[in-house]
Design a protein around this ligand. Structure first.
Ligand code: NAD
Length: 260
């Protein structure tokens, strides 16, 4: 379905971004990976999509907190593949603390990586999408783009911002072939969440399994984690012709979290 298209997925060396990048590659899209990690592992990730799906893969190490590096990444993608047809703004970090104890540097980093980077990639991707009158912008927000949780002020503020930015981008392009939508996952067992599981296990003297169950039972009625593969399939749907009139939505896949 996506042969000949190019997808750029920020923060795709791990977790949800990797799941989405692989799902788009499985549909034939070439992929530009981004994110941090071990260079051998990043090379292996690219080689896997090349051999499993017969697509081209590339990687840029831009730090999403740095607008100049984001510009360099977008220029690299355009030079390598012509243009970015599918932009997935996924890179994100978390920090857990009460408002009065929240480190100012962590606040600034979360707003830059989880929110402002989507503005920078989007503003740079739109001209080529407009020239082709086709584009898909998918913002990985969170259920925390829809509801709040204590101790996560910067994250919740950034993710609500992403949902707002998604709506405006969708509206400004509503008369074109470019759609913009947000995905709002509940708990997904990635390194970002494993850190929170580990913290809970050590604070409460729980095993890893007990800490996972305890985390899920507080917020996610299904009692099960959402998977990166499931989120990848939702991203594929947003890229399909059937979704061409899905515009500006914040679509949760959260085991029932936001239904409560
Ligand atoms: P993860 O830690 O597994 O992956 C994060 C990715 O972002 C990695 O590739 C990492 O290298 C990259 N990254 C981090 N800082 C970066 C920076 N400054 N520049 C470039 N890349 C950077 O986390 P994840 O759980 O897969 O999270 C992906 C997205 O999904 C985030 O936006 C997160 O907020 C969101 N999300 C996660 C969950 C969850 O339960 N895991 C739930 C809702 C939303």
């Amino acid at each position: 379905m996506l042969q000949g298209k190019t997808a750029l997925v920020t923060g795709s060396t791990s977790g949800i971004g990797l799941g989405i990048a692989r799902a788009l590659a499985a549909q034939g899209a070439n992929v530009v990976f981004n994110g941090f990690g071990d260079s051998t592992e990043i090379e292996a990730v690219q080689n896997r999509v090349r051999s499993e799906f017969g697509v081209q893969a590339a990687y840029h190490n831009a730090d999403m907190s740095k607008p100049a590096e984001i510009e360099a990444m977008m220029a690299y993608a355009a030079e390598r593949f012509g243009a970015v047809d599918i932009l997935v703004n996924n890179a994100g970090i978390q920090h857990v603390a009460s408002v009065e104890d929240f480190p100012v540097e962590r606040w600034d980093a979360i707003i830059a990586i989880n929110l402002s980077s989507a503005f920078h990639t989007t503003r740079l991707a739109l001209p080529a999408m407009k020239a082709r009158n086709w584009g898909r912008i998918i913002n990985v927000a969170s259920v925390h783009g829809l509801v709040g949780s204590a101790q996560k002020s910067a994250y919740v503020a950034a993710k609500h911002g992403v949902v707002g930015f998604t709506k405006v981008t969708a509206l400004e392009n509503a008369g074109t072939g470019i759609t913009c939508n947000a995905i709002c996952p509940g708990w997904v067992l990635t390194p970002l969440v494993q850190k929170q599981v580990d913290a809970r296990a050590s604070e409460r003297g729980l095993s890893n399994e007990e800490a996972k169950r305890s985390l899920l039972s507080e917020k996610q009625p299904s009692g099960e984690f959402v998977t990166p593969e499931q989120l990848g399939e939702l991203a594929v749907f947003f890229c399909s012709p059937a979704a061409s009139q899905v515009r500006g939505v914040a679509w949760n896949m959260d085991g029932g979290w936001a239904a409560q």
